[in-house]
Ligand binder design. Structure first.
Ligand code: PLP
Length: 449
């Protein structure tokens, strides 16, 4: 598209006058005005095009403006834009079936929400009503959303300002060998010690008071820590032994991101409840939900479920989910994510890590990778302190600016950059982005020894 700086300036002026942005000091931000997007790229009004290595907020798994999904939304809009959740309607029925066919085990009923946080809220509500217990355990280094229960369950600093109503939430340490909370020296030790720590937390909190344990199958925003073999199976066993509902949050890891439909598929583990959003329809229309086991669904067979949303199972959202899932299957997009990750992205990142003093660890799978940036590879001291802002965060801000100058839109969180392109990313696009990343890392290297 031709550059049109005047149009961009008008968009920006109205934004600054009237849009109140998430997570931000309103006077200190400078949002980029976006003119359009397609596939793995988006562009501004000044003629700059960016390769999207963030998939926005790790949600455009199918890339921007997939023609089949756009057409499905248009067709549904012409047919039926909205209908209350109480009715049975073709696209909602079909979306629920397509999702249930892919979720592990007997997670065959789908409660639709508008996004991930509402999915977590409802999963927790279901677990509490199903067990008659109140407490929920969640991990540090996690993100579960920004609504009441979801933000309390979150294990990163975004929780702190909203932590006043955290009654019933208890945090524990999940496995993360590179920054082990257990002084473990290998994955097996990390796994055993993390499970023992969880057991002990449960013993001291009182097993009969715990409704649920919620985990991201592969923690996303907190650092893409692929759990060691046996960990999730161990949590499943602990939950079974104590009658605790096991919730896996697949809002970020689900729908192809890890190279399987669900990250749980890598570990052969079936939770009692699974939350999803983002990749289910790549966010073309807001959609999330909870996949529910037969046993928990049975709890609400004759007893009403006390929760609902005006837009639960919205037809435009469901139509886009149907089109997205069908396109992902027809075009082998999940397989592409697995293949590009294993053959192109993983090896390239490991090679990059060897050459750059700032790259402490590379970890991930599929199109879901993190680079842990450090000041020193020996001490593993993070490139910026935990939750740094302002001047303390300058090394990461310089790195992000270098990416953008090179035409790469990065995902950056604390001392990490995540390589999370669309599941549709081609080999050529991945290589283009990796070359830009390689270049930008010299900005981080300047702060490392
Ligand atoms: N759960 C996980 C694992 C997430 O990554 C997110 C968002 O990043 C959420 C929940 C919240 O989803 P939403 O922003 O759609 O409410």
């Amino acid at each position: 598209a031709a550059a049109d700086p005047a149009a961009g300036a008008a968009v920006k002026a109205d934004d600054r006058a009237h849009v109140f942005h998430s997570w931000s000091a309103q006077g200190l931000i400078d949002p980029l005005a976006i003119a359009g997007a397609e596939g793995s790229y988006f562009w501004d009004y000044d003629g700059n095009r960016y390769l999207d290595f963030s998939s926005q907020l790790v949600n455009t798994n199918i890339g921007h403006q997939h023609p089949k999904v756009v057409a499905a939304i248009q067709e549904q809009a012409a047919k039926l834009c909205t209908i209350a959740p109480g009715f049975a309607v073709d696209v909602r029925s079909e979306a629920a079936r397509l999702i249930a066919e892919r979720t592990p085990g007997d997670l065959d009923k789908i409660f639709f929400t508008n996004g991930g946080a509402e999915a977590v809220e409802n999963a927790v509500r279901m677990a509490r009503l199903h067990t008659g217990r109140a407490k929920v355990l969640s991990a540090y280094r996690s993100y579960h959303g920004a609504t009441a229960a979801a933000i309390n369950l979150t294990g990163d600093p975004r929780r702190w300002p909203s932590d006043t109503a955290s009654a019933g939430v208890v945090h524990f340490w999940g496995p993360f060998l590179y920054r082990s909370a257990f002084h473990a020296e290998n994955e097996q030790q990390e796994c055993e010690r993390a499970l023992a720590h969880l057991e002990q937390t449960i013993a001291f909190e009182g097993p009969q008071s715990i409704a649920a344990i919620i985990l991201e199958t592969v923690p996303g925003t907190a650092g893409i820590m692929v759990p060691p073999a046996g960990y999730l199976a161990g949590v499943r066993e602990i939950c079974d032994r104590h009658g605790i509902v096991f919730i896996l949050d697949e809002v970020m890891a689900g729908f192809g991101r890890t190279g399987h439909w669900f990250a749980a598929d890598h570990f052969g583990v079936t939770p009692d409840l699974l939350t999803f959003a983002k990749g289910v329809n790549s966010g073309y229309v807001p959609l999330g939900g909870v996949a529910i086991s037969a046993e928990i669904a049975a709890t609400f067979e004759t007893r009403p479920y006390p929760g609902g949303l005006t837009y639960s199972g919205h037809p435009l959202a469901c139509a886009s989910a149907v089109a997205t899932i069908n396109a992902m299957a027809e075009e082998r997009i999940v397989e592409n994510a697995a293949e590009i990750g294993e053959r192109v992205i993983g090896p390239a990142l490991r090679e990059i890590a060897e050459r750059h003093p700032s790259v402490g660890e590379v970890r991930g799978l599929g199109v879901f990778w993190a680079l842990d940036l450090v000041k020193n590879k020996e001490t593993r001291e993070p490139l910026v302190p935990y939750n740094a802002s302002g001047a303390a965060n300058a090394p990461m801000a310089e790195f992000a600016a270098a990416c953008k100058r090179g035409g790469l839109w990065p995902f950056v969180n604390m001392n990490r950059t995540h390589v999370v392109p669309a599941c549709t990313v081609t080999e050529a696009e991945a290589k283009e982005g990796l070359a830009a990343l390689d270049q930008a890392l010299t900005a981080a290297d300047a702060h490392s020894v």
